[in-house]
Write a protein that binds this ligand. Structure first.
Ligand code: MSK
Length: 644
């Protein structure tokens, strides 16, 4: 198939097949619920309804309308919209950061011998973190060091003064900017709490300072909570190295007990993956007629175990219900975040048992089996045994697994890219920076985030990435966006020859990397920050993030976490294009502030653009401006115009 032919297959065929099946069986899914709601709340979309206090809700009118433009307390549209936005940022930061806290706590328990089944898997990374955090190492056992590293990370949450430790990883110029603006994050919890306080009725009423406080909370996430999650997950479960695996619903097995793990935290999935290889449980599965036990993942939990173990990935956010409609899932386990309550209704049409495992996430209609750290292997074994027993209840006549599955290479990290680019013993980023300087690579763009029923499934991600690759832009990805591209075959080295411009092809050929690099889950966007840091350190393409020819995009975002990610990217100096706007368009001043004026303050800003070709145009123009400012050579090969 030629390139144009491939581009036409934009939405995922496996999902289309199962959506059709759900329709035929009258099983409603996210698309049906979205359609049933009809037009969504315009007032909410514009950000002009204030629910902060119970003087309201105050549903304001736009300038020129007959409705008042101030609430009962006198707060105007700019304040109302900014408070909502800042609370969204704080909520997203809280979600990632609480995840990070959970991982730090697990490391502490593991180091103290109180979390059987868990332990330090990457001692090298542990020791590097210990050195960075000032933890004494001489003559100390691994677990003694691990305990102090965990405590040092946990201390970042309640810290009251001084910058969060990993802020020191950022380029000096970024740190100076944050210092000057007073947005250097102090304790992680402190920044989230402060946003909640400032946005109370009658506290901060200046939309600019409200947004800046939100940005400080986002920075506490990106350079704090998320970074802690990523680094300590590497310590506990191993730092990923690129590996081959498979993605899409076709990874489910008709002849095996299928267990799906969904959410964000790897500790459940890791324990279940271990339990699923228990010979006794495998024998039980065989006794029931299955040929084995197949563990696969959904969303970011899936990204975590994909990149560390090569465990197949069944789908991204929009596919969670579809996986159940295959009729082949014995147990569907969830931890936290991005888990649709609608799963319960879909599962009720099949034999699938839904099992909630986190004390933070209860779902009426799901079985609850808490994966407490002190007995994780035991609980995981009970869960797998339950799934195996449930195989006996499967109605094989209702099983329909699409054949579609795609080979991927996943699991790129800052460390592994260093080795790949520079060689194992002399790691470095020189080939990438040289490729950018020479005009083979235009720049690097992080395309990340969710997928929404408001758009054609996966299409926004794919169309944007195709446009960027053709213009010699190296793409790095996380989350559901990475899965969208993986399913379409873009996470393979060969994809460079099908989709990349000639310059990017040459780099991919020389290094063996795919043109789209899978770097993990949502919290792993912190890896993109550290990768940018390596590019700055290597030299020649900018002294700070806002000078680098880099950008970010989230074509299908919907989560508060994506808002936090967007704001820490922008606050770190990175131009970020979103496929849909924040719910702030009712405030012209606030919209102008985040899409124009922020650049002057922090070096980064947002653009809202739903059309992938126009989004690519904005990004390419931005990269070219940065290249010109750095006086880099013109691009080596002429690219086709964007959108052609
Ligand atoms: S899972 S936050 S839908 S990327 Fe991380 Fe996907 Fe967005 Fe959830």
């Amino acid at each position: 198939m030629n390139q144009e032919g491939q581009r036409q297959v934009r939405t995922d065929p496996a999902s289309l097949e199962i959506r059709e099946r759900a329709r035929a069986q009258r099983i409603p899914t996210i698309w049906d619920r979205y359609a049933a709601l009809g037009s969504q709340c315009r007032v909410g979309e514009l950000g002009i309804c204030c629910t902060i206090c119970h003087l309201g809700p105050c549903n304001l009118g736009l300038p020129g309308s007959k409705r008042p433009q101030v609430g009962v307390c006198g707060a105007g549209i700019d304040t109302v919209a900014a408070r909502r936005l800042a609370r969204d940022i704080a909520a997203g930061s809280a979600a990632h950061s609480d995840h990070g806290r959970g991982v730090a706590h697990l490391l502490l328990l593991a180091a103290r011998g109180q979390a059987p089944g868990y332990g330090v898997k990457d001692e090298h990374k542990l020791r590097a973190l210990a050195a960075e955090l000032g933890v004494a190492q001489d003559g100390r056992l691994t677990n003694e060091v691990a305990q102090d590293v965990a405590l040092a990370c946990l201390a970042q949450f309640g810290q009251q003064e001084g910058p969060v430790a990993f802020v020191r990883r950022a380029p000096a110029r970024q740190q100076e900017t944050w210092q000057r603006l007073g947005i250097t994050p102090r304790g992680i919890d402190r920044e989230v709490v402060e946003v909640m306080h400032r946005t109370n009725m009658g506290v901060d009423n200046d939309y600019r300072s409200i947004v800046l406080a939100g940005m400080r909370s986002a920075l506490a996430d990106g350079w704090g909570g998320s970074m802690i999650a990523t680094d300590l997950q590497d310590v506990l479960f191993g730092t990923p190295r690129p590996l081959r695996a498979q993605m899409n619903l076709g990874v489910l097995r008709a002849d095996q007990v299928n267990i799906l793990v969904h959410g964000h935290e790897p500790q459940l999935a890791e324990a279940v993956a271990d339990a699923a290889s228990d010979p006794e449980l495998v024998a039980q599965a065989r006794a029931l007629g299955a040929s084995g036990i197949n563990v696969a993942g959904i969303c970011c939990t899936a990204n975590e175990i994909l990149m560390r173990r090569g465990i197949p990935l069944a789908g991204n956010f929009l596919q969670q219900e579809l996986a159940l409609v295959t009729g082949a899932v014995e147990a569907f386990l969830v931890d936290v975040q991005c888990i649709m309550p609608g799963l319960v209704d879909v599962a009720s049409c099949f034999h699938t048992e839904l099992i909630a495992t986190s004390p933070q996430a209860h779902f009426p209609g799901m079985v609850y089996m808490e994966l407490s750290e002190d007995r994780a292997p035991e609980v995981a074994r009970e869960i797998v045994a339950r799934a195996v027993a449930n195989y006996a209840r499967r109605d094989h006549s209702r099983v329909a697994i699409p054949e579609h599955r795609m080979d991927v290479v996943a699991g790129f990290t800052t460390e592994s890219i260093t080795h790949i680019l520079g060689g194992r013993y002399r790691g470095g980023w020189r080939p990438l920076n040289d490729g950018i300087i020479a005009g083979r690579i235009r720049g690097v763009v992080g395309v990340v985030g969710c997928d929404s029923p408001k758009h054609v499934q996966d299409q926004g991600h794919l169309d944007l990435v195709y446009e960027l690759l053709a213009r010699d832009v190296l793409v790095v990805q996380t989350g559901c966006s990475a899965i969208a591209c993986g399913k379409a075959g873009l996470l393979q080295p060969e994809a460079a020859f099908r989709h990349a411009g000639r310059g990017l092809q040459e780099i991919c050929e020389a290094t063996g990397i795919p043109p789209v690099l899978h770097t993990g889950s949502c919290v792993d966007n912190s890896r993109i920050l550290t990768a940018c840091m390596e590019m700055v350190k290597e030299g020649g393409i900018g002294r700070s993030f806002d000078e680098l020819p880099v950008a970010a995009a989230a074509p299908g975002w919907w989560s508060e976490k994506a808002i936090a990610i967007g704001f820490y990217a922008v606050a770190s100096g990175i131009f970020t294009v979103l496929g849909s706007p924040f719910n702030i368009l009712g405030s012209e001043a606030l919209t102008r502030f985040v899409t124009e004026e922020l650049e002057e303050l922090v070096g980064g800003k947002f653009a809202f653009e739903s059309d992938p070709a126009r989004a690519a145009q904005l990004i390419v123009a931005h990269l070219d401006r940065k290249r010109q400012a750095l006086k880099l050579r013109p691009m080596m090969y002429e690219a086709v115009p964007v959108g052609a």
